[in-house]
Design a protein around this ligand. Structure first.
Ligand SMILES: [Zn+2]
Length: 448
């Protein structure tokens, strides 16, 4: 088959010639969001396991926890958090005045106790004193300092990865989370926060500048309300993303109705494999797409003339098969029970006046209500729950305060777990398709 280069704006109308760079783009931040925020916690406090981990899990976000090896952290508690997607990182062996000489040994000691997907790749300096920088960069992709002047890092990263700043929180630092979070959105940049323990909690050795954990919860609520714009991720993950984005080449070509994308980089530093997924979009005019990488299906979403998906660099060819050339998510949705569908008419039921419902009323009035597929719940507080699709393709869950929310894709895989916070909860799935949304014991079906 003659191979032609993907260049045209319409799929199916391909023009031979050089691939245009604009046909495939890598998002500045994951999910094509506008800014990145990392939360880091120092000293391995008991309250990090008992309070911070569950708080972040409740909102579906992940943070970075920097452990001091010789302070006997709760290895099993932090190990479970690592399994759950949090980043466990180093904060030295002894927490001496300057940790020079403990760069490699603290990493090895933690790696011997805790397995995690991307390894021990970041380090926070005790007492904010920078040790031997070359030893830092031989072992870590980030060395974190404390806030020095402007703590906002541009989209291309800091000038020195051994000196990545973070804003100290609590009485000896700042209690303003939303200000810096808003400013990274407007400047396409990255900010990190540095927290020790929490006021009124069991902090062990992490007793410096205890922060009101309610302020961190407010910050996570703010992130959730602005999930379309704010990417919350551990420091090491954001650093991998930046380095991969800057080093990766993405090239698209087409053959028949299939677009092939090569996503590669050649970073080598013996610290990280740089295999964190990058968010891509490719110009696309079809109404359905089946996206795979090395044969494995990727979640994808079509919006505004692009197909969006996340893919790992150097992990094989990405293939976007056009309409009619592969099973669409809808046609393979065998797990969905449709016979019991009852359309609820509660779109005006009790939300829309709070400040968090800025997207609520206009989008629910557009009629994208989802079907409830269950019998009446035993818990009467679940009766008011409704699920619908927003105009900008989010799953919206109403009146689910305090309830667990689990979103399954059409293949029955869990794509998001969270918990209802305000009266309107916005859930991002990243892909088009049919979804099953379980709220407490109730089940809804919706499609994006
Ligand atoms: Zn410390």
């Amino acid at each position: 088959m003659k191979k032609m280069i993907f260049a045209a704006s319409a799929v199916g109308l391909f023009v031979a010639g050089s691939a245009f760079a604009q046909d495939v783009e890598i998002g500045t931040w994951s999910g094509f969001r506008k800014g990145a925020v990392s939360f880091t916690f120092d000293d391995g406090a008991p309250s990090h396991v008992s309070d911070a981990g569950p708080l972040f899990d409740k909102y579906g976000y992940k943070a970075t926890f920097n452990l001091v090896v010789n302070w006997s952290p709760d290895w099993s508690g932090f190990g479970n958090m690592a399994k759950n997607g949090h980043e466990i990182a180093s904060h030295s062996n002894t927490h001496g005045q300057n940790m020079s000489g403990e760069e490699a040994s603290s990493k090895q000691a933690i790696a011997g106790k805790i397995q995690q997907k991307y390894g021990i790749i970041t380090l926070a300096y005790p007492n904010c004193n920078v040790p031997n920088e070359s030893a830092v960069l031989q072992n870590y992709i980030v060395g974190r300092i404390c806030n020095s002047g402007n703590s906002i890092v541009g989209k291309d990263g800091p000038s020195n990865w051994a000196r990545v700043p973070a804003i100290m929180t609590g009485p000896n630092g700042s209690n303003d989370f939303k200000g810096p979070m808003g400013s990274v959105v407007s400047s396409n940049s990255w900010v990190s926060f540095l927290t020790h323990g929490f006021s009124g909690k069991n902090n062990g050795n992490a007793n410096y500048s205890p922060t009101d954990i309610g302020l961190i919860e407010d910050a996570l609520k703010y992130a959730q309300q602005n999930d379309k714009d704010i990417w919350v991720a551990p420091m090491g993950h954001v650093a991998m993303y930046i380095k991969e984005r800057k080093a990766s080449k993405a090239q698209a070509s087409s053959s028949g109705s299939t677009i092939t994308v090569q996503l590669t980089h050649n970073i080598k530093d013996n610290v990280s494999n740089y295999d964190y997924p990058l968010s891509l979009r490719v110009k696309y005019s079809g109404s359905t797409a089946n996206v795979t990488q090395a044969g494995a299906k990727l979640e994808s979403k079509i919006n505004g003339g692009y197909v969006y998906f996340d893919a790992v660099p150097n992990a094989g060819e990405i293939v976007i098969a056009g309409e009619g050339s592969g099973p669409s998510p809808e046609s393979s949705s065998s797990v969905i029970a449709s016979s019991a569908d009852v359309v609820k008419s509660s779109s005006s039921g009790g939300f829309g006046r709070s400040s968090s419902s800025r997207v609520g009323r206009s989008s629910s009035s557009m009629g994208f209500m989802s079907s409830s597929t269950d019998a009446l719940p035993e818990d009467p507080s679940l009766l008011a729950v409704s699920v619908y699709r927003s105009a900008d393709n989010y799953i919206m869950v109403n009146n689910a305060q305090g309830k667990s929310i689990t979103v399954f894709n059409s293949l029955g895989h869990v794509v998001r777990t969270t918990r209802g916070i305000g009266c309107v909860q916005k859930v991002y799935t990243g892909a088009k398709g049919v979804y099953i949304v379980k709220v407490g014991t109730r089940t809804f079906k919706t499609s994006l």
